[in-house]
Design a protein around this ligand. Structure first.
Ligand code: ADP
Length: 702
């Protein structure tokens, strides 16, 4: 045709553009076809009408049916964005990133398929019509109409504007997860919806069957159930309990891969990134041994700290002649759906944050998951065709050792952040705030006590000016308190750096298997005279800053540049917030004592002293035994201080304190005279009579 001929004579730029347009059109077609085939697509009009007629709608549907990606687009198409933005809240950051990317692409493709007429350059990039907002990372702009936000960020928006006047609609997604933030949002949005009956809509979106409970809670809101397309999933259990589910997972992967036809990918549930990385290594080793005797096996990890680019790889369709195995945490349970899975391998465990009000300690523990979780996980194998689920536990344990439902998070976590938020919203009677399931009174009492100890509440339980400042910072109240104290000691810049470094949980120190000695030596060069991990983090950042953020510097020192970049970003964002909390930017890198005293002002509750064995530690207030984490620069016996402050506890083989620093007892007393009794100090002074020198290395002499 003449078109073809014309093309040949186009200049190269135009040709390239035409090729891009053709590609976009082809892609748009498949995206639109996929959209149309999702189960929710059949209910499009029903959803739109129900939202029009009712203040609140409970939308229930199988995971992967299209609730998260389609509902906001349906509402946008029917004009809700004319009066305000649509926000979709998510319990997890990863889901926000992925959903925003996906929906952005879908929105772009729908304009493309409308002959590109409405195309407005830039508006279809992420942060254009579709954006996201997660902590320390906001990609949205003046054009944004649909925004995916973590629940925590939406709560912060309510804090700034209790009526959410910029929004016409909130979709509270994954409500079945029952996170503390999600439960809090439900209570607040219920009130908000009553206050804005005409121009605000609330959609509660849930994957599980107890939608009745949500409906009852929301003034008998109607329930719309989207029938999913599910296929039969054959379920297999172990005949006897298996102690090592990690190796059982790997064995099962190869059993499936070698025996079953190549027409389905494998999705494995493990509890965390450490297990996922160990499993990956294991699989790669076995694959190498099997060599050409097996078909290609593509291994893809999926966990929250993973780099977004790597996360996106999970969604790349498996090429013909190969099989994909996805190693995921419970992100893949309901938050993210990957097409093409026919086999699920489930270890039956999950990692959970547990708080003990008596000891005032939180820890991450691996616990058996609920039957509801097991069923959800198994269901992922039957989304597109018949599938199989391999449970790495016995049928007996399924029925007798697993709870029916996952306990709502609010029942088992530290409620200090929640109480600070509610107090900031002027909700004073926290105990009788209308939660779906009220939290344990003892935990609430402890939270109020903690806020009082931090100086955030006064004797009457009212928020103080310190409290109002703490809530301004999107970080742990203890860390925010340390920044306030840093102002007194004129070491704000240093504490901001430490705060940024502590807020980043991705790996910073690389330790390649074959270069462990070099990596450790590089890290040791940053260890400061006055000891401790906090000062180590500070000197790493400062050295990198002095090297002008050079990636070569990072590489030479076995540091993850990506993590450093993120820390820098967080540091800058925290710095920008200093004005709001009336903190002057000061700096004094040499004043190690001042820096440490500022940290003590926030973390005084996390103080522990060396036990008589000269090895382990006991927390001063509650007497709990803890050990210095092997990753700490104070782990080596000669470096262990008498008295230390730790950032957090993690429970693995035992109770470990992570990120520790040596401190002096006087600092504790002067930072928290209301918290530590004289007896605590007296006990400490008897300890001081123990032979000096040993374990004193690293504590500065002042
Ligand atoms: P629900 O909210 O009901 O669980 P979603 O709207 O999250 O369902 O998912 C709908 C579909 O979108 C699924 O088939 C999923 O595989 C697909 N999807 C989501 N994200 C991506 C992505 N990044 N790439 C390709 N497909 C995706």
């Amino acid at each position: 045709t003449s078109d073809g001929k014309d093309l040949n004579f186009m200049d190269p730029d135009k040709q390239q553009l035409q090729a891009q347009l053709d590609e976009a059109e082809r892609k748009a077609k498949t995206i639109q076809e996929t959209r149309a085939s999702l189960p929710v697509a059949q209910h499009r009009d029903t959803i739109i009408n129900a939202v029009k007629e009712h203040r609140i709608l409970v939308l229930m549907g199988e995971t992967g049916s299209g609730k998260s990606t389609q509902t906001p687009q349906y509402l946008r198409d029917s004009g809700y964005c004319k009066t305000g933005k649509i926000v979709v809240s998510q319990p997890r950051r990863v889901a926000c990133l992925n959903l925003a990317a996906r929906v952005s692409e879908e929105v772009a493709s729908s304009s493309n398929s409308e002959a590109g007429k409405k195309y407005k350059p830039g508006a279809h990039r992420l942060g254009g019509i579709v954006g996201y907002n997660i902590r320390f990372d906001n990609k949205s702009g003046p054009d944004t109409e649909i925004i995916f936000e973590t629940e925590g960020m939406l709560l912060r928006e309510i804090l700034a504007d209790p009526l959410l006047s910029e929004y016409s609609c909130v979709i509270l997604d994954e409500a079945h997860e029952r996170t503390t933030d999600g439960d809090t949002l439900m209570a607040l949005l219920k009130d908000l919806s009553r206050a804005r009956p005409d121009d605000f809509r609330l959609v509660i979106s849930s994957a599980t069957l107890n939608a009745q409970k949500f409906s009852a809670y929301f003034d008998d809101a109607p329930i719309l159930a989207v029938a999913g397309r599910t296929f039969e999933v054959e379920r297999f259990y172990l005949p006897s309990p298996e102690a090592n589910y990690l190796s059982a997972t790997v064995t099962t992967i190869f059993t499936i891969h070698l025996a079953a036809p190549l027409d389905g990918d494998i999705l494995c549930f493990l509890t965390g990134s450490d297990e996922i990385l160990a499993a990956m290594e294991n699989i790669q080793e076995t694959s190498r041994k099997l060599g050409s005797r097996m078909k290609e096996l593509i291994v893809r990890p999926l966990y929250s700290q993973l780099d977004p680019d790597e996360q996106a790889l999970v969604f790349v369709p498996t090429p013909k002649g190969a099989r994909k195995v996805i190693l995921a945490t419970n992100i893949a349970e309901t938050s993210l759906t990957v097409d093409g899975v026919s086999y699920v391998i489930d270890c039956g465990y999950t990692k959970e944050n547990q708080y003990n009000a008596t000891t005032d300690m939180s820890q991450l523990v691996v616990v058996p998951c609920s039957r509801a979780s097991v069923n959800q996980r198994a269901g992922r194998a039957g989304r597109q065709r018949k599938g199989s689920a391999f449970h790495l536990f016995t049928k007996f344990s399924y029925f007798n050792e697993m709870e029916e439902e996952t306990v709502p998070e609010i029942m088992r976590v530290d409620l200090t952040p929640l109480c600070l938020l509610l107090k900031s919203l002027q909700i004073n009677d926290v105990l009788n705030f209308g939660f779906m399931d009220p939290p344990p009174p003892a935990t609430l009492a402890k939270a109020l006590e903690n806020l009082y100890a931090l100086g955030a509440l006064n004797d009457t339980g009212a928020l103080t000016s310190v409290g109002r400042k703490l809530i301004e910072m999107p970080i742990d109240a203890k860390l925010a308190r340390a920044i306030l104290a840093a102002d007194e000691f004129k070491v704000v810049d240093e504490v901001l750096v430490i705060a940024a470094m502590l807020s980043e949980s991705a790996t910073l120190f690389l330790r390649p298997k074959d270069k462990k000695v070099h990596a450790d030596a590089a890290r040791n060069r940053f260890v400061q005279e006055s000891g401790g991990d906090h000062m180590l983090l500070l000197s790493v950042f400062n050295a990198w800053r002095d090297a002008e953020y050079d990636p070569i510097f990072a590489k030479e020192n076995f540091l993850q540049q990506r993590t450093l970049n993120r820390c820098r970003d967080v540091y800058e964002q925290l710095g920008a917030l200093c004005d709001r909390i009336e903190v002057q930017r000061s700096s004094n890198p040499g004043d190690h004592v001042g820096i440490k005293k500022a940290l003590v002002a926030g973390y005084f509750q996390n103080a522990a002293r060396m036990a008589r064995d000269g090895q382990s530690y006991r927390t001063i207030k509650t007497g709990q035994t803890v050990a210095i984490h092997p990753s700490s620069c104070l782990h080596e016996p000669t470096r262990r201080p008498k008295l230390m402050l730790f950032h957090e506890l993690v429970l693995t083989s035992r109770e470990f304190a992570r990120n520790c620093m040596p401190i002096e007892s006087e600092w504790l007393m002067s930072a928290a005279p209301h918290y530590y009794k004289k007896e605590d100090i007296e006990k400490m002074s008897t300890d001081k009579k123990m032979p000096k020198g040993k374990g004193k290395v690293g504590v500065d002499g002042r």
